[in-house]
Ligand binder design. Structure first.
Ligand code: PBG
Length: 324
């Protein structure tokens, strides 16, 4: 054959493959989720997330120092709230001395330059395990937004750099932005979970925080996984309302949205590789059915290829260690 174009020439050996490689994973890509609990010297493995832990504040310090030394410079905090402190309105979320607020300060004390983002939603604080206030069996929107704004303000006061509302109430970005502006937290950013689907991939996360909904499901606020245009609508509205960064969640099953949103918007696009995605790979690798590290990297690069600029992932530390 006399071919003028032979694509395989660019795949001949590792050197040429690296030279033409279009996407790489680096430590700068990651946002590292961290689970925090009350207590001292606690490092508990989450049963459905092998190799992932809940930390008490003292051990959280060591963990963030280690992350920093690996080049991981951004964390996303989640707290496991004791049952006794949960109620329908999520009052504990507004406690300036609550676990989240202390966790923010702990991270900043340990590594002042670490970028601290915080989860903003009522579910870990809610006696119903819902992301909003419940009235007559329904999740009420507007009252919830008021609490989310107050919660964001409390996180900002404690030193959070970004708040990350994960609740999917209508208008919450505007409510949060308005209050932060009014209270002079003009540089506190918002990473919005703008296209967040009602997904069954969140199971292990809800184990981690003991935050599964006590009744019903989250389909009246999180999106129907059959929908695509709706993700664009949600995202564009969040940007109009003041989101600095938008996010698609879950990750792998939603790469079409990452690509579409990336092509459409001019703000950074993040993706959340969620707990169920982590658990699936860990389980398959444990059985010897998949090569853990190889599949992990393949998935992480897929997020970059789709256009994600930021990857929230439980694999961040594993990946960075592997690459270094
Ligand atoms: C809570 C929240 C959830 C996740 C992040 N924030 C769970 C949910 O919406 O039920 C899921 C993260 C994961 O599964 O890794 N608002």
């Amino acid at each position: 054959m006399q071919l003028f174009r032979r694509n395989r020439r660019l795949r001949t050996n590792d050197a040429i493959r690296s030279l033409v490689r279009e996407n790489y994973i680096t430590p700068h890509d990651f946002l590292v989720p961290l689970f925090v609990v009350e207590g001292k010297c606690v490092k508990e493995e989450i049963s459905s997330m092998p190799g992932y832990y809940r930390y008490s504040l003292d051990l959280l310090q060591n963990e963030v120092k280690e992350l920093w030394s690996l080049g991981l410079k951004s964390v996303l905090l989640f707290v496991k709230v004791p049952d006794a402190l949960k109620d329908n309105e999520g009052n504990e979320a507004l406690n300036d001395d609550g676990l989240m607020q202390r966790a923010i300060k702990t991270v900043k004390d340990a590594v002042p330059e670490m970028l601290v983002m915080t989860d903003v939603a009522l579910d870990p604080y809610s006696s119903y395990g819902h992301d909003g206030i419940v009235e007559d069996g329904a999740i009420v929107n507007d009252k919830t937004c008021e609490v989310l704004a107050q919660m964001s303000l409390s996180h900002a006061r404690a030193g959070a750099d970004f708040v990350a509302p994960s609740d999917m109430m209508d208008g919450r970005i505007m409510a949060i932005r308005e209050l932060l502006e009014k209270e002079n937290f003009k540089n506190t950013g918002i990473l919005s979970y703008s296209a967040k689907y009602a997904s069954s991939f969140y199971g292990p996360f809800r184990d981690a925080l003991d935050s599964a909904p006590g009744f019903g499901d989250k389909k009246t606020y999180q999106m129907d996984f059959a929908n695509r245009s709706e993700a664009l609508k949600e995202t564009l509205m969040d940007i109009e309302e003041g989101a600095d960064i938008v996010m698609v969640k879950p990750g792998l099953a939603y790469l079409d949205l990452v690509k579409e949103i990336k092509d459409y918007v001019d703000v950074p696009v993040a993706v959340y590789q969620v707990s169920g995605e982590y658990a699936m790979l860990k389980a398959a690798a444990e059985k010897g059915w998949l090569d853990h590290d190889a599949v992990m990297l393949e998935q992480l690069v897929a997020f970059k290829r789709a256009g994600a600029q930021i990857i929230a992932s439980y694999f961040a530390k594993d990946a960075v260690k592997l690459l270094s």
